[in-house]
Design a protein around this ligand. Structure first.
Ligand code: ADP
Ligand code: MG
Length: 224
């Protein structure tokens, strides 16, 4: 069954000292398999919060999130962790690679958590690293890699479990344009009717490669 993610009247409020910030303000959105969309908007408009809520990393203050019809709020933490690890691939702005592990081990990790055998995990991880042009960096640690290389390791790690939902928060933001293109092409190569890919970007040329651009402002979706 193809993946479907539904947000129903979702709001997320943060308390900043005495002030309340509505990072998400009554958002209703539906994504289904085959979607390949960009999310744009000024800094502070709620883009990262939206991805975090979609990726079950953060809970809405009010409203409902459903993944494949199941209300996320009602899923026990253990099962939610399982969903995050196997269904969702998150590419973060600042990578969060594990410094004590090599590139290969970083990419193996989500598979190991998902119960994949070591040899199989190693095979898949090295194939993916090869694909993103890091075949000769398998045994380097993050501190021994350039910014662009770290970003590519992070992308490989996000994709290694064949996630149905790919959430990328400015995946090309910190990269030179050539590396950015490699990442973007890799994401495009994963397009499938069984997969949703959402890319937050500041870059209009990146957004224009997507099928639709969702524009945000002040925690709301603004109509094009
Ligand atoms: P964007 O990714 O579009 O730049 P964010 O989703 O990061 O925007 O933030 C939206 C708003 O929510 C901003 O005003 C930001 O300051 C606020 N915000 C985000 N995360 C937190 C947090 N953990 N605590 C308090 N305020 C937050
Ligand atoms: Mg952000």
């Amino acid at each position: 069954m193809a993946v479907e993610v539904l947000l129903e009247r979702v709001s997320k409020t943060y308390n900043q000292g005495a002030a309340e910030v509505k990072a998400l303000d009554n958002i209703t959105l539906r994504f289904s398999g085959g979607d390949f969309k960009a999310i744009m908007g000024p800094s502070g408009s709620g883009k990262s919060t939206l991805l975090n809520v979609l990726g079950c990393l953060d809970k809405p203050t009010t409203g409902i999130v459903r993944i494949d019809g199941v209300e996320v709020q009602g899923i026990p933490p253990g099962a939610l962790w399982q969903i995050r690890g196997t269904k969702i691939g998150f590419i973060f702005q600042n990578h969060y690679l594990i410094e004590s592990l090599t590139a290969l081990e970083n990419v193996m990790l989500p598979q190991r958590y998902a119960g994949v055998k070591r040899s199989q995990a190693q095979q898949k991880a090295s194939e993916l690293l090869e694909q993103v042009g890091l075949g000769r960096r398998l045994h380097h640690r993050p501190s021994q890699l350039s910014g662009g290389e770290k970003a590519r390791v992070a992308v490989a790690r996000a994709l290694v479990n064949d996630p149905a939902l790919i959430l990328a928060d400015e995946p090309t933001g910190a990269l030179d344009s050539k590396t950015g293109m490699v990442i973007l092409e890799l994401l495009h190569s994963l397009r499938s009717p069984e997969r949703i890919c959402l890319i937050v970007t500041h870059d209009r040329s990146v957004a224009d490669t997507c099928d639709e651009i969702i524009s945000m402002r002040d925690g709301r979706i603004i109509e094009a």
